[in-house]
Design a binder for this molecule. Sequence first.
Ligand SMILES: NC(=O)c1ccc[n+]([C@@H]2O[C@H](COP(=O)([O-])OP(=O)(O)OC[C@H]3O[C@@H](n4cnc5c(N)ncnc54)[C@H](OP(=O)(O)O)[C@@H]3O)[C@@H](O)[C@H]2O)c1
Length: 341
Amino acid sequence: MTTATARQIVLAARPQGRPKLTDFRLEETSIPTPIAGQLLLGVQYLSLDPYMRGRMDDRKSYAKPLQLGEVMTGETVAQVLTSNLPAYAKGDIVLAPTGWRTHALSDGAGLRKLDPAFAPVTTGLGVLGMPGFTAYVGLRLIGKPQPGETVVVAAASGPVGSLVGQLAKLAGARAVGIAGGPEKCAFVKDDLRFDAAIDHRATDFPAQLAAACPKGIDVYFENVGGAIWQAVLPLLNNFARVPVCGLIAQYNGPSGGDGTDRLPATMRQILSRSLTVRGFIYYDFAEQHYADFLREVGTGIADGRIRYREDIVDGLEKAPEAFIGMLEGRNFGKAVVRVGA
Ligand SMILES: NC(=O)c1ccc[n+]([C@@H]2O[C@H](COP(=O)([O-])OP(=O)(O)OC[C@H]3O[C@@H](n4cnc5c(N)ncnc54)[C@H](OP(=O)(O)O)[C@@H]3O)[C@@H](O)[C@H]2O)c1
């Protein structure tokens, strides 16, 4: 680390709808000194994830909301700068829940050592981390794609969606990705090797999606909600499975942006098509499935069957702008901030 003082970003105000730069505040503090039983961590990379938007609201959810003035929540790749714990040595690289800051103390709770020889360390925040694991368990345990079936996923160039489609292909299914804009669609189809990619910003998006799914949809991996769910709903086959992973179109407001109430149509379709719709949070599956995930997806990356893309911006001070951009689709791949050397 080259900075003499530590820096951190705190929640300055609760966003009304879309977050603004003034909802965040950059603060300087002194670098803390570890006592016995503690590590001093120097953060190298910070992960930006859609769930962080929910933590900024004062609303009950599966996790506690942030208090005003509290450091923004976040997972990071960090280096052990000083170790007063026998299990860690200076220089070790760990995955750590430090939040949006340059330095942090840790008693070792929630840390996972990363092996830079296994894969680039940033993958621990994306394809080989929480988002990748979310794709893996949501698709495998809830979506259960069968050979020849059609799997649709939105936010398809992001860390969750990109792995969902690639795992669907490896399971012998047809993968259709939904993404924002021609560049992302080309990446999803050509680099990630999905069978089709549809731009949700196109005026005839529902018709294009229907044309790309001539046999209907058997698994819809829900990352977005809103208008995309509305286009998917009439295409779902009998006994289709819908792992409900995220609803990013609703994170800045209650109704997917356009005020349409989709509940009656959704309930009608769940009944008449015998759909299985199941919400899930990745950590409920971690104990049982994380090791299998790391082995399978790690092997897939090493032998080229699984590809990933990262969108890395430089400097902790850029995190708020990059985070706001991610909620609006300006990231192209897993959103990461490079914090220190
Ligand atoms: N349940 C769990 O345990 C769990 C864990 C991790 C993540 N998640 C959820 O999984 C989803 C994907 O997360 P991720 O980490 O892979 O991030 P991500 O794909 O990078 O998410 C950002 C992307 O969402 C898309 N998006 C944003 N607003 C949209 C809108 N109104 N309509 C359509 N697309 C929109 C944009 O892509 P385009 O430009 O392509 O539209 C944007 O680039 C999120 O909903 C997240 O909350 C859930």
